[in-house]
Design a protein around this ligand. Structure first.
Ligand SMILES: Cc1cc2nc3c(=O)[nH]c(=O)nc-3n(C[C@H](O)[C@H](O)[C@H](O)COP(=O)(O)OP(=O)(O)OC[C@H]3O[C@@H](n4cnc5c(N)ncnc54)[C@H](O)[C@@H]3O)c2cc1C
Length: 374
């Protein structure tokens, strides 16, 4: 018997893959969602959701997810960037409403459950290979004990920085991956001393230093997310195993170290490190052989977290999927092209804004981290 051919295969279990699955099901398409088993952890890094996400989540009928007490509105951001003093940027009067400091684990769990419930089929595995036959994608997953082969007319790469499909297409010269910088993040979540009576300020703080920049934000559960962004060769060696080096690094900041001490947060473990590099695909959508594909979220373009664009762009791309699939299945490829053009334009605007932001910090312009970004 010939295997069932889904309209769409969505590959990747992050925000973009879950949101795309939900959006496509709301539009009535048959969807197979291929993603690894969802692992619930205590924390996941990346919590500033820009105000621009509000109308996109409304379009996806997902605004209610932000109403959980586990997220909080983000009205105040303080920056020491280009000057020593802290300057407040208040977003309460933003036209799209306030941004949010979200609990990433909660938001991803909620999206994952919703997408799991609506998908026609969930394949809990990693995509390992794809091929195409007569305009249909054949997808192979890596589950050795229970290998799955599924077929779909259209494929969406939502595998984040792994870019599983896009890398394969890049090998075939169908698309190109470009890496613009090698930014990494050292991050940790600090808890207050158990006997502390201090009520910490609900704020986000950004502070530049000679070898990079810091971000700290108070989560709704009272933990403080602390991130240090720099280049891999400028990060202290052995940082992820050495709490003393992490403490020394934090002590080199003026405002963030003051906040940590003043609000009695404890630095009780070294940080983890992850890539935060700027990387993109050109084009981010098209046809390969005779079948349609698009990359969304970080698989299409991953941004410097300074922009706080990543999640919003992931939701935006997920919201584009239904109309792109609709026109593709009607043999009209113009929506695919329009999407690829929009990703390219968005990436160019982002680079201009990011470069302007870095060049605003003149105090450290002779330091290598900043020189690389001028
Ligand atoms: C340190 C850091 C801080 C950040 N801070 C912010 C912030 O404050 N605000 C903001 O908006 N953005 C932030 N971002 C960016 C944001 O986290 C990303 O843009 C967002 O997670 C992109 O979601 P995604 O679903 O595209 O990718 P991901 O979240 O990376 O999800 C990819 C998914 O694909 C799965 N996958 C991988 N390979 C395969 C395979 N072979 N088969 C099937 N599935 C696969 C993975 O397991 C994962 O589930 C930050 C990023 C970093 C690194």
């Amino acid at each position: 018997m010939a295997p069932f051919v889904y309209d769409v295969a969505v590959v990747g279990g992050g925000l973009s893959g879950a949101a795309a699955t939900i959006a496509l099901k709301q539009a009535g398409y048959s969807v197979v969602w291929i993603r690894p088993k969802f692992e619930v952890t205590d924390y996941k890094v990346g919590e500033s959701l820009a105000p621009a996400a509000n109308p996109i989540l409304a379009e996806l009928n997902l605004s209610h997810l932000l109403q959980s007490h586990k997220h909080r509105q983000s009205n105040a951001t303080f920056t020491a960037w280009g000057q020593t003093e802290l300057v407040e940027r208040n977003s309460a009067i933003h036209l799209e409403g306030a941004g949010h400091i979200i609990n990433r684990v909660t938001l991803e769990t909620d999206l994952n459950m919703k997408a799991t419930n609506v998908a026609d089929r969930v394949v809990e595995a990693r995509l390992s290979d794809v091929s195409e036959r007569n305009g249909v994608w054949l997808l192979l997953t890596n589950n050795v004990d229970d290998p799955h082969r599924v077929s779909a007319r259209f494929i969406i790469d939502a595998t984040g920085r792994s870019q599983i499909l896009s890398k394969k297409l890049a090998h075939l010269n169908i698309t190109k991956t470009k890496t613009n910088d090698h930014l990494v993040a050292a991050y940790a979540f600090l808890k207050q001393r158990v006997d502390s009576n201090v009520i910490p300020t609900q704020a986000t703080l950004i502070e530049s230093v000679d070898s990079g920049w810091w971000y700290a934000s108070l989560l709704a559960n009272g933990a403080l997310s602390v991130n240090f962004y720099s280049d891999p060769d400028l990060m202290p060696k052995g940082l992820t195993d050495d709490i003393a080096t992490w403490r020394n690094l934090i002590n080199q900041t003026e405002h963030i170290s003051f906040w940590i001490k003043d609000a009695e947060f404890e630095i009780d473990s070294p940080p983890k490190i992850t890539s935060a590099a700027t990387r993109w695909l050109t084009p981010a959508a098209g046809t390969a052989y005779k079948a349609g594909w698009m990359a969304i979220g970080d698989a299409a373009a991953s941004f410097d977290p300074l922009s706080a664009h990543g999640m919003t762009t992931a939701f935006w791309a997920a919201a584009q999927c239904p109309k792109i699939v609709e026109s593709y299945l009607a043999n009209d490829y113009s929506a695919l092209q329009k999407y690829a053009d929009a990703v390219k334009k968005g990436r160019k605007n982002y680079l201009l804004q990011r470069n302007a932001m870095y060049s605003y910090e003149k105090r450290f312009r002779n330091n290598i981290f900043w020189k690389r970004r001028f």
